[in-house]
Design a protein around this ligand. Structure first.
Ligand SMILES: *[C@@H]1O[C@H](CO)[C@@H](O)[C@H](O)[C@H]1NC(C)=O
Length: 395
């Protein structure tokens, strides 16, 4: 009996070990990696139809669903969301407008309210992994972004290819290309100048955000937006997987991390590394060199158990270091922060690194988890500060 039991336990152990080995092996394949990073197979909005925004709590006529075409022609399903004050002024007209997917967005009443107002402001939204533009805390997030100026701040959000109703499957390059196509639409179709645009990203969307920032700031004729807000960013994917925990409790790679060779082998198989630490530094350096005004805001809650908050001070350091031609150590930045930053008790800690051209802000919140924070007033405040700093009226 005892022997049988021991045998069973041994078999179980072998079984679990090979299951784990199988999991690790699977993680080295591109297919599995992409599904693990992007989680696009999980829709999380049940039976709701993204072409019927009322199902997500919007008012009739407040949101226009339409497609923006990516550079290779892939249709990216998008929403143009009107801020509530503006909606109220035009409610009668908007309620009578067409519903469902707009085939020509430029002829919709909502679009005209955006394009024809020389003071309209636009928050372009890059969502995180999993779900679609209608899921989770993304809806309260849109409200928080517009709340600081409910007559002026519109939201443009969309699903990357492979998410929601956008066909295809995501890769790092394609997602970045999709995001650039959406920003190009805002610049060239809606004709909103960059100083009236802020770019928001959460989680995976923060990595998209800095890729886009780097792209436009390093063009021959750089385009610099009013500012970039990043909630729960990460340094890069290799660093993320070493700290990632399934459901916040099971560290996937910690057992392997004790074996540096195996660990490095696995890390070297990560094909898409989404290096925000490199891109944020490139973006800052480009703007310091070209003397463009820029603004980056990092927000992270200390109780975020998906992406640990310490990714944010690391990114802050990379950004701060890029403002100087001399190396600035991580310890120096930490010390500067404890002197110059502001402790706000239960709210957390904030710090603003200023140069002649830019402001790099960091808000470390005590509470907010990974996504609840998206609907919080700190997001509204960050958007207001960015649009204040953009000196909108004088252009
Ligand atoms: C910090 O900046 C210096 C000088 O600009 C650069 O040589 C160095 O690689 C940067 N350090 C990091 C960690 O990026």
């Amino acid at each position: 009996m005892l022997i049988l039991c021991v045998k069973f336990v041994a078999a179980l152990a072998v079984g679990l070990a090979s299951l784990y080995a199988g999991l690790l092996a699977a993680l080295t394949t591109q297919f599995i990696q992409r599904h693990a990073v992007y989680l696009h197979a999980f829709q999380m909005t049940g039976d709701k139809d993204l072409n019927v925004p009322e199902m997500f709590g919007f008012l009739r006529g407040q949101v226009t669903p339409f497609n923006i075409h990516s550079s290779d022609g892939t249709p990216l399903h998008s929403w143009h969301i009107l801020p509530i004050g503006l909606y109220r002024k035009h409610q009668a007209n908007l309620m009578e407008g067409p519903t469902g997917l707009a085939h020509d967005v430029t002829s919709t009443p909502g679009f005209n309210l955006l394009r024809d107002d020389p003071e309209a402001l636009l928050a372009i939204h890059f969502h995180g992994a999993g779900g679609n533009m209608g899921s989770g805390y993304r809806i309260p997030n849109y409200r928080a972004l517009t709340a600081g100026n409910p007559d002026k701040i519109h939201v443009l959000t969309f699903d990357y290819r492979g998410f929601g109703k956008s066909p295809g499957s995501p890769t790092e390059n394609d997602i970045i290309q999709d995001a650039i196509s959406v920003v190009d639409w805002a610049l060239h179709v809606a004709k909103i100048p960059p100083f009236r645009i802020l770019i928001f990203g959460q989680s995976l969307g923060t990595a998209v955000n800095m890729a886009v920032a780097q792209h436009y700031s390093t063009l021959n004729e750089p385009i610099i937006f009013a500012g970039h807000i990043m909630i729960a960013p990460f340094v890069d994917v290799p660093t993320l997987v070493t700290t990632y925990k399934i459901a916040g409790t099971i560290p996937v790679l910690s057992p392997v991390a004790q074996y540096p060779m195996l660990f490095n082998f696995l890390k070297s198989h990560i094909k898409e590394d989404w290096s925000t630490k490199t891109r944020i530094a490139n973006y800052v350096r480009a703007n310091e060199a070209s003397a463009h005004q820029y603004r980056i805001t990092l927000i992270h809650a200390e109780d975020d158990y998906d992406i640990p908050w310490h990714h944010t001070p690391t990114l802050f350091w990379h950004a701060a270091n890029a403002t100087s031609s001399h190396e600035i150590g991580q310890d120096d930045v930490a010390e500067w922060k404890s002197n110059e930053g502001q402790d706000i008790g239960h709210a957390g800690h904030e710090a603003h690194w200023r140069t002649h051209h830019g402001v790099i802000s960091e808000y470390l919140l005590k509470y907010g988890l990974h996504d609840v924070v998206m609907g919080a007033p700190i997001v509204t405040l960050a958007a207001m500060r960015i649009f204040d700093g953009a000196n909108v009226s004088s252009g």
